[in-house]
Structure formats: structure tokens, C-alpha cells
Design a protein around this ligand. Structure first.
Ligand SMILES: [Zn+2]
Length: 255
């Protein structure tokens, strides 16, 4: 059974055909999905989905690109919602220096506040990092994020950075990019990561794996990511599915 640890089924791209998307996921062997909400509308939609579907869990937080919009009220709201037993992590949070909507200092402050909240409510965190690796690692260290641990979502860094993160109690999650033909580095890194630290995800509707690159992504395609990891590890799809499924259940504390 496959576990898609990062899906945006709350996105408008799934507004028309969510039932069909979920049926295809089931047919592909995807038994659990974590839906990630990262602003007011997507958090609200996440809460609806986790109440509606047994096999959908939620992860809620504030995206770094929109850090400038987050108020103290939003943070309190996230804290309240995190008491729901199907909210299994906080995020995605982190730093994104590619887009310049939110200044770096505000992103960092919002990131730190969310790590502190995660420690308070005792939930793991899901990290978004784009062109900000050095500061992300520094803040995780300074805030003792290892107390809660979590996931480096759609990891694209070096093996050295992966090791630093694993030492802080983080899992390394791979998505569509590891399947891209020219993705030599992510493939090398995936090959090196110990089996007990690997997770798989789609990040759908974005980052669609090969051979569907360019189309809308969906949870069924997490199977393609698992297949790629299996190939790199010289193992079977079933073995990788079981290992990553168990890793996810352990991290999210799902029985
Ligand atoms: Zn995401």
C-alpha cells in the first residue's frame, strides 16, 4: 500500500473531479494521503476533506511565500485546528527565496513561530525550502526542531544536507522530480538515503512525474515515484511501498 505524504487535493485544480481522482488513487494502491493546507482557504478545505474521507489526513501551516499575510490570529487558528486528531503535522512552512512577495526577515519570523507552535502542540513539521537551504538548516538548529522532527518535502539538496536534516530527526521525501530523465543528482541522493528515512509524495497538482510531466499531478502517480526509488535501491515496488508506508505511519503517528 502506498502513502502519498504531500498532496494539495484542496487546490482548485481538483474542484471538478475529486471523486475520480480518489478512485484512481485507490486503484493504484494508494491507501493514505496527507493533504497540505498553507493559507486560509486551503486550510479550510483541508479540514473539510479530513472530515469527509477516512483515509485523508491533514497538515496545516503557513507557506513562506505568503508569510507577510499571516496574522497572530491565523497562528492561533492553526493551533486550535491542530487539536483535531486527523491533523498529523504542521506545515508546509520554511523559506522560499525564489519568490519575493514576503521579505526574508518576515519569512524567517513566521517560520520560527510555526516551529515553536509545533513544539507546543507536539506535531512534526513539513518543510518547504526553495533556494534557502543554509537559512532553513540554521533556523531548524536554532529552534531545536529535532524535538518534533518532520519531513524535508520534495527534497532536492545534496547528500550532505540530507544527512544534517536526518540528524535533526527529519525524513527525506521524494516526489516527481526524482523520476525526471535528467535528474542525476536527486537520483544519486535517493540511492544514498537509508530506507528508514525515506518518504514519497506527489505534491500534486504540481511536479508531475515522468512520463506525465506537464499534465496535472494526482496521488495515483505516487506509484511512479515509488517505482523509481525501487529501481534505485534495487528492490521491488512492493518492498518500497511497504517501507515508506510504515515510515509515514510512524512519523504521523497513525495506528
Ligand atoms: Zn506542497
Amino acid at each position: 500500500m502506498l502513502f502519498d505524504t504531500h498532496a494539495h487535493l484542496n487546490a482548485e485544480q481538483f474542484g471538478e473531479d475529486l471523486e475520480e481522482v480518489l478512485n484512481r488513487a485507490k486503484e493504484a494502491g494508494v491507501s493514505n494521503i496527507v493533504v497540505v493546507g498553507f493559507d486560509r482557504p486551503t486550510i479550510e478545505k483541508t479540514m473539510e476533506l479530513i472530515n469527509q474521507y477516512d483515509n485523508i489526513y491533514g497538515c496545516i501551516g503557513w507557506h513562506p511565500v505568503d508569510a507577510i499575510d499571516m496574522t497572530d490570529n491565523d497562528l492561533r487558528w492553526i493551533e486550535e485546528l491542530s487539536q483535531h486528531q486527523k491533523i498529523v503535522a504542521l506545515g508546509e512552512m520554511g523559506l522560499d527565496y525564489y519568490w519575493d512577495k514576503s521579505p526574508k526577515d518576515i519569512q524567517q519570523e513566521v517560520f520560527r513561530k510555526q516551529i515553536q507552535l509545533a513544539k507546543k502542540v507536539k506535531l512534526p513539521i513539513v518543510i518547504h525550502n526553495r533556494e534557502a537551504t543554509e537559512d532553513v538548516v540554521k533556523i531548524l538548529k536554532e529552534e531545536n526542531a529535532s524535538d518534533v522532527g518532520g519531513i524535508m518535502h520534495c527534497f532536492s539538496g545534496s547528500i550532505e544536507i540530507a544527512k544534517e536534516c536526518m540528524d535533526m530527526n527529519f525524513y527525506i521525501s521524494f516526489g516527481g522530480p526524482v523520476t525526471f530523465k535528467n535528474a542525476r543528482k536527486p537520483k544519486e541522493v535517493a540511492k544514498e538515503i537509508p530506507l528508514d528515512k525515506i518518504l514519497i509524495e506527489t505534491d500534486c497538482p504540481y511536479l508531475t512525474p515522468h512520463p506525465y510531466r506537464g499534465k496535472r499531478n494526482e496521488p495515483a502517480y505516487v506509484k511512479l515515484v515509488a517505482q523509481q526509488i525501487a529501481e534505485l535501491k534495487e528492490m521491488t515496488l512492493e518492498e518500497i511501498a511497504e517501507i515508506t508506508h510504515n515510515n509515514a505511519k510512524k512519523l504521523f503517528n497513525i495506528m
